[in-house]
Design a protein. Structure first.
Length: 265
């Protein structure tokens, strides 16, 4: 049976993401080498495509422009017509959705902008995991779908995080163990230093440096309480190599020494 979904005029779809998808196929698709047109339909599966080329796409007769950095999410049963302009390569996943949770509204096609590296990484990790751990592949694709849902401003939210802000946060989360500077975060997000500062003020009410400090200490608290890593290893894992500085940061942000935090303080 096809997944429960709906399609709105203007071509958006309703998806439910409270449970992970079941990914049936994924990989790197190469088209346009033997013919300039593909026409097909997947009766029971959603199609998630992350594009690296320019082409023309019709989904149930509605035209969409394929461009590098855009992502399409096509519901089960829709007729898809691609017209290529030469060799065309994209990342794809064909999947079933569980149909539980509130309906979120996503465009059939959207430009993911600064989130392009993150979404590419999630899908490439899913491809790499698929042969040895299918559930890991499901989880990576699930994370990609949630990123798209956040970008698309789901129903019921008055505002959504700016795409550059989301890319900056993703970069910070991926590099907490290293040396993080505001210019590096700004470059990763594709914005200027000053624009990044304004984004963080608008989205969090704090500076970029304060956000990095807070996330480091939140991760440190988790590692201290939930792992058996030695305290010096925890400090290194959150980018603080000096134990004295780590002690001071824990007391200032978490209100207790690392040993006290580990003991449940």
């Amino acid at each position: 049976m096809p997944d429960s979904h709906w399609v709105r005029p203007g071509h958006s779809v309703g998806v439910r993401l409270d449970e992970p998808p079941q990914v049936l196929s994924l990989g790197v698709g190469v088209h346009g080498t033997t013919g300039q047109m593909d026409v097909f339909r997947l009766p029971d599966l959603w199609q998630l495509h992350h594009y690296r080329y320019s082409a023309d796409l019709l989904v149930d007769g509605v035209a969409h422009a394929v461009r590098p950095g855009r992502v399409s999410l096509v519901p089960p049963g829709a007729e898809v017509r691609f017209r290529y302009r030469g060799r065309s390569e994209h990342l794809y996943a064909h999947l079933r959705l569980p149909g539980t949770g509130p309906a979120l509204t996503l465009p059939v096609m959207q430009d993911v902008g600064a989130l392009t590296p993150l979404l590419s990484d999630l899908l490439l990790r899913a491809i790499a995991a698929a042969t040895r751990s299918p559930r890991r592949a499901d989880a990576e694709v699930w994370s990609a779908l949630w990123q798209l849902a956040e970008l698309a401003e789901p129903a019921g939210r008055e505002s959504r995080p700016h795409a550059s802000f989301a890319a900056a946060v993703a970069y910070i989360e991926s590099n907490l163990a290293g040396r993080l500077t505001v210019p590096e975060v700004a470059r990763a997000a594709g914005v200027s230093h000053n624009h990044l500062l304004r984004l963080f003020r608008a989205e969090t009410g704090e500076t970029v440096v304060a956000c990095i400090r807070r996330r480091r200490m939140e991760r440190a608290r988790h590692l201290l309480r939930e792992s058996t890593l030695p305290i010096p290893a925890v400090a290194a894992a959150v980018g603080v190599e000096d134990l004295q500085s780590f002690n001071k940061a824990c007391r200032r942000v978490l209100g207790a020494s690392p040993r006290a935090v580990r003991a449940g303080g």
